[in-house]
Design a protein around this ligand. Sequence first.
Ligand code: ADA
Length: 566
Amino acid sequence: MHRTFETTTERRQRVLNGAWEFLTDPENEGYEADYHESFPAEEADRLSVPSSWNAHTEYADYVGPAWYRRTFETDEESLLFTFHGIARDATVYLDGEEVASHEGSYTPFTALARHLDAGEHELVVRADNTRGEATLPHDDADWFPHGGIHREVVVETVPDVYVRDLAVEYDLYGDEATVRAEVTLHNVGARPAEPDLTVSVGDASVTDSVTVDGMDAATATLGLDIEDVDRWSPDDPTLYDVTARLHGEQAEEREGDAFADDLRDRIGFRTVSTAGREILINGEPVDIAGVNRHEDHPEWGSAQPLRIQERDLDIVQRAGCDAVRCSHYPNHPRFLDLCDEEGLLVIEEIPMWQVDESTMVSSQERAQRTLVEMIERDRHHPSIFAWSLSNECANEHPTVVDGTRQLKWAADGVDDSRLITAASNTDFEGGTDGVFDVCDFLSVNAYWGWYRDGDWDEFLDGIAEEYGEKPIVVTEFGAGAVPGERTHEGRKWSESYQADLLADCVDLFRERDDVAGFTVWQFCDTLTDPEAAMTRPRTHNNKGIVDEYRRPKEAYRVLRDRLADD
Ligand code: ADA
């Protein structure tokens, strides 16, 4: 499953995992109208879904378009397809007709096939992992451009009137909550419908009837009050089920034809705020001690089987960490479920990575779309306490500041219950950061002791002075260590150099009252863009505290020892 819990009880849900036919298309010969009939199945390979094709030795370096194909059987019914992640651009064809297209590897998109005939149908997906100047991320991003269907394809049987979306907001007063649930219904039938809609949160529920015209959508907002709320907190991560359920009989013409559909998610009640230099959850200060985590594994590429997600989280927690920065993109939704369950604190980011002034303009629309898609997908996760708008952009330029402010407005429009941040290396580069103004807390990336010599204390003093009374989180710091490189001298690229630097930094950050926390760069060694091979030994970013197979380096032990006494 793509989540850790059932998202529906009424719909028949299938995940189209397993082997799909696969063909690369280096010449970009494109799609012919009858490709679904002429797909050269005898030439096609078989590739597992979900996975990235680059995790298969034969396609390890392949960047370009490729085709996937499979068939499936269905009864006469309407099907809702959700593609949870295709890297990077995708076009989907059902029985030869284009039914969806989407840009961006890390956010989902859907396609609805209305009233399909019973029998066999064909799904063809064109995926292209080529990056360009204005794509997100752009073509200089240093993490590997994995391609393919790397997250689940979920197919659900939906009735004519179904719940298209459920968005829940709440206000908390002590142990009472006022909940507002905005539910969008879609009617793919010709006749108007008036189903009963019940929204439940834990044991509380409210019912109303909603009118939705034929071939139309309608949004209803239902409110309910919850008493004796058990708050979600890192120490006690209580979750509540929220369900939007359609039921009742159709009034006329379709006697006996009952509505039956549901969509389920989970929320946790908690507040997020700042006070002076502190980040507060439920009004209590939290010390953020975490890691940056890319979705990367030698056997799976950017795909994430449940076991890897569970194990990664276990390794993070065993180090004594309580936080994850999803660098640099929306993570798999099931990983966020695990973070909710375990009480982790999460910063989630969009892949606006090292963008200059002109790219801030040319990629603004894409960035806003990705941001809204991320927040709409993830707004119910209590573990996420901050949305990060960008990483290391040219924040000294007014154009970049303006572009980032527009992103903040876009985020606020969907969810204003979390903190906003943007990770900056501007001061490390010797400039002044205009984006910090837009942020609720300052996310600072710096590599003193690695790329450059310098004094961390002085640097942080400067930040604290320059940007006023806001919490500081050091969101990136660290050193590269080739796994197994152990030297008496402790030179760069050795595990001991990395471990010593990490120990000094962590001690310093924890001593300073103005630093609310840190996230180590990075959790595990990850594959980099081949272009970076000459500066990244093994074509990996070796700053992981565990290697790519999650074997601990000395830095992991040092971090665990440091955090153990908490
Ligand atoms: C930057 C960037 C990371 C990574 C890191 C490094 O800070 O945000 O994605 O590239 O540098 O290892 O140099």
